[in-house]
Design a protein around this ligand. Structure first.
Ligand code: EPZ
Length: 418
């Protein structure tokens, strides 16, 4: 089994490029099912979730090539109506986008319940609510989802009961060809939602987001498109927590500061120096950061996908802080791993309190993507050699993590398992 070996306690200096946003590229790749022609998508991160998504589409009949320089050339013209790649589908949350896309393309979808990071239940009733209100018949039996539109889908007004990135994206995907104007209310407004809307409009769709409302006017067809994915806001913020844990001065290129300004303001109050200009962010941190307390919430507030990394960062501050997790109240598996390093971390329900901790190196297990990033953060900031197992979780969402951290002076290597 592969293992990350990190010799921590070294400050980070230098410059790295931030890649395309995994959680944008995933819906965009599945959305190519709505365009029976060649699409060229730039700035696609080379991570396993992306590679697996492309593999699913290839098993369904798509022609696709993902090049070294992050460009995906894909044509779904010959894709069959039957969804294939069940094993991959059951491992990835993003495969849920096959529901909205195949409902639009083939008027039906039959697939296993999508997987995803294992931090508790990942319900999809909001997705199915949207499909049903458009006129589709939905059912879940024996771990499979079946969606059928025996008659034409009809435009309507859908109000989501809770803000959901996946449900927002899936209902948009299902509405693209529905005659009339479908209105979706209480939508998620994460940058990856706007990225998908921008991609679809570039291909000829008529979608407008105004605040937490999306208006989707049905069109007959979408056309071939060339498109560039937005920068990955969580990758950028994750590297900032790395600098905070072990101090240093790094420059991040290819960022969109607009997407990360809320968290950067929190970092500044903790003592980070962050200068953003155009698509770059210069980030400095010393050893005397003060703590902070935050609550995770839908964009534009504090992203749940930075919660574990932020917990690790708080261990290295002068006064720690509290994190209230309001999106995924059970994403705390990382806390047990940090305790192995001696972290003074106490959880009560969905609140975790972290006190300043003098961590020791340890052998750790990544339990999901962002938990893995949190363990990298803690290990980089801790003198001595730590080992992190289950690297497969980390490579799902962080391209070339070893190369990027090493280029900044971090002592990290990947041990290939037997
Ligand atoms: C997306 O997951 C991301 N995954 C997650 O990132 C991210 O944490 C999450 O959005 C929130 O930002 C991808 O984009 C592939 P939600 P998603 O639907 O769409 C509840 C990562 O690390 N809910 O916005 O599944 C749900 O349980 C991953 O990159 C329902 O109750 O998240 C959660 O409490 C981890 N019913 C809340 O809504 C539904 O039908 C937000 O979930 C749908 C969701």
């Amino acid at each position: 089994m592969e293992q990350l070996v990190i010799n921590g306690g070294h400050s980070l200096y230098g410059e790295i490029a931030i890649g395309g946003m995994k959680n944008s590229a995933l819906p965009v790749i599945f959305a190519t099912l709505l365009i029976k022609d060649e699409c060229v998508i730039y700035n696609v991160p080379l991570v396993s979730d992306i590679i697996n998504s492309i593999e699913i589409l290839k098993q369904m009949g798509a022609k696709a090539e993902l090049t070294e320089n992050h460009t995906l050339i894909i044509n779904t013209r010959d894709v069959q109506d039957e969804i294939k790649g069940y094993e991959l589908i059951s491992k990835m949350r993003a495969s849920s986008y096959l529901m909205g896309t195949m409902l639009s393309r083939a008027k039906k979808a039959y697939l296993p319940m999508p997987g995803g990071c294992n931090f508790g239940a990942r319900p999809i009733e909001q997705h199915l609510k949207g499909f049903s209100m458009l006129g589709a018949n939905c059912s879940c039996e024996n771990g499979f989802i079946s969606i059928n539109a025996s008659k034409l889908l009809k435009s309507t007004k859908i109000t989501l009961d809770k803000i959901s990135v996946g449900a927002t994206i899936n209902i948009v995907l299902a509405s693209v060809f529905v005659e009339g104007v479908t209105v979706i209310e209480n939508v998620a407004i994460e940058p990856h939602v706007d990225d998908l809307i921008c991609f679809l409009n570039t291909a000829g769709a008529k979608i407008l987001r105004v605040g937490r409302k999306i208006y989707c006017e049905g069109v007959k067809k979408l056309h071939s498109v060339r498109y560039r994915i937005f920068p990955d806001m969580i990758e950028a913020l994750t590297y900032m927590t790395f600098v905070g844990a072990c101090s240093g001065d790094i420059n991040l290129t290819g960022v969109n500061y607009e997407h990360i300004k809320y968290v950067c303001d929190i970092f500044r109050k903790m003592g980070f120096e962050i200068d953003a200009y155009y698509d770059e962010a210069r980030v400095k941190a010393g050893k005397n950061l003060v703590g902070a307390s935050i609550e995770t919430a839908p964009y534009p507030l504090f992203p749940t996908d930075l919660h574990p990394q932020f917990s690790s960062l708080l261990c290295f501050t002068k006064d720690g802080g509290e994190i209230k997790e309001s999106i995924f109240p059970t994403r705390f598996a990382y806390a047990y791993e940090l305790e192995k390093m001696g972290a003074k971390i106490k959880r009560e329900d969905n609140v975790v309190k972290i006190n300043p901790s003098n961590l020791s190196p340890a052998s750790l297990d990544a339990t999901d993507l962002r938990a893995g990033a949190a363990l990298v953060c803690a290990s980089l900031g801790t003198n001595g050699t730590s080992r992190i197992n289950n690297v497969n979780y980390i490579v799902r969402g962080y391209e070339n993590l070893v190369g990027k951290v090493s280029s900044l002076g971090g002592k990290i290597k990947l041990l290939k398992g037997e």
